[in-house]
Design a protein around this ligand. Structure first.
Ligand SMILES: Nc1ncnc2c1ncn2[C@@H]1O[C@H](COP(=O)(O)OP(=O)(O)OP(=O)(O)O)[C@@H](O)[C@H]1O
Ligand SMILES: [Mg+2]
Length: 244
């Protein structure tokens, strides 16, 4: 197999202002402004599952885009914990303190609405592609209660893929993940996904999605001797599941 490239192509920006925490997000992401004048939803490297959540976000965004779905732009955000000094919430303070350096930012979509299956209609082919994609990455976070999709300018945008690709929490058992059936029972788009679709992903596309992860978040992974080896393992797992 050709070796996946090692340099992330995600842009790096520096946070200049901490605006507010997103209370509706379980991981307490923060809204921040950056030196490129952009506004980003920042997910912290020091939160709960740590960097693996961020790795899953990056790889899934790349895979989703490769099959034509929309995900807001991702950037790497340099965060100085001092930025949050006026934030009164202690939990947020602790998160920021644990997250100095590179974090993951997602372009903030101003005025977007949380997807509501009773209010929003989407194309059956697009709905079926989302279900297909969620089955590929093992996404359990697309339920009625927590759809993790936004409507913005009448288009559907996918967010929050941090809980996907769970095999990376136990590499030694990763093989069984690839075989695991996906339960669409709670999927919010189940009834809208009435079209037959057969999206394709090439090995190059999978490698490109994995290449977006910065080396820093793949270093010192137990059982691997280099970030490149971890990349290859991600590509292999995803290709194995694709082949199913
Ligand atoms: N790019 C964005 N533009 C606008 N709003 C966003 C964006 N990303 C996230 N949000 C808002 O922030 C909330 C939390 O984001 P997200 O679901 O990614 O965080 P989380 O902590 O992983 O949440 P969860 O509780 O689902 O695990 C979303 O439900 C949405 O309301
Ligand atoms: Mg969410």
């Amino acid at each position: 197999m050709a070796r996946a490239s090692v340099a992330s192509v995600l842009r790096t920006v520096t946070a200049t202002r901490y605006v507010t925490p997103f209370r509706e997000g379980g991981s307490l992401p923060g809204l921040m402004e950056a030196d490129d004048l952009g506004t980003y939803v920042v997910k912290y490297v020091g939160a709960g599952q740590g960097r693996k959540t961020l790795v899953a976000e990056i790889i899934c965004a790349g895979l989703a885009r490769a099959v034509g779905l929309r995900v807001p732009e991702l950037v790497l955000v340099e965060v100085d914990p001092e930025l949050g000094r006026s934030e009164p919430d202690e939990e947020v303070q602790d998160l920021l303190k644990a997250s100095g350096g590179l974090n993951l930012g997602m372009d903030f979509l101003p005025g977007s609405l949380g997807f509501d299956p009773l209010a929003h209609r989407i194309d059956p082919g697009e709905a079926a592609t989302v279900v297909w994609f969620d089955a590929l990455v093992g996404n359990v976070d697309r339920s009625w209660r927590n759809p993790n999709m936004l409507m913005w300018h009448r288009q559907l945008w996918l967010i929050d893929h941090g809980a996907c690709l769970t095999f990376h929490h136990a590499w030694s058992r990763a093989g069984s993940w690839a075989e695991k059936p996906y339960d669409t029972g709670n999927h919010v788009l189940r009834d809208m996904a009435t079209a037959d679709v057969s999206p394709t992903l090439t090995q190059d596309q999978v490698q490109a999605a994995v290449a977006d992860v910065p080396n820093l978040w793949l270093e010192d992974e137990e059982g691997f001797d280099s970030p490149g080896a971890v990349r290859e393992a991600y590509v292999e797992q995803i290709l194995r599941r694709l082949a199913r």
